[in-house]
Design a protein around this ligand. Structure first.
Ligand code: HEM
Length: 90
């Protein structure tokens, strides 16, 4: 049986900024991670990490450090899969 991933829409992702008591989420290559538990360990610092919060950080991440194995590092922080917005909510 497949893992019951949460399906995360762009509008759900946009709310996960790390502010207003919410965790910060980041989409990377189709998967959405909660980056809040990792933030204090990020070698580039919290504000730099949060540039990719509440959105798809794939391009930015790849421009800065494509060699970093985020999939292993964030395995325990996986929230779900990034999916398209349902048609009616566009
Ligand atoms: C280093 C930015 C996401 C892991 C750095 C550095 C910057 C940066 C500027 C260089 C710090 C320095 O050398 O002084 C960003 C931005 C991100 C992001 C803008 C948002 C897309 C992540 C994520 C992870 C991560 C999601 C892992 C889960 C690391 C690691 C280093 C690093 C391991 C050290 C890399 C090395 O020295 O080879 N980051 N980061 N970063 N970041 Fe990120």
């Amino acid at each position: 049986p497949s893992t019951p991933y949460l399906r995360v829409t762009p509008s759900m992702l946009r709310k996960q900024t790390g502010r207003k008591g919410k965790d910060a989420w980041m989409a990377l290559n189709g998967k959405v991670y909660n980056i809040t538990p990792y933030a204090k360990f990020h070698p580039g610092g919290v504000p730099e990490l949060l540039r990719g919060a509440a959105r798809d950080g794939t391009k930015l991440f790849g421009e800065i450090h494509p060699w970093v194995n985020y999939e292993n590092m964030l395995a325990a922080c996986l929230v779900g899969l990034l999916v398209e917005e349902p048609e009616k909510e566009k």
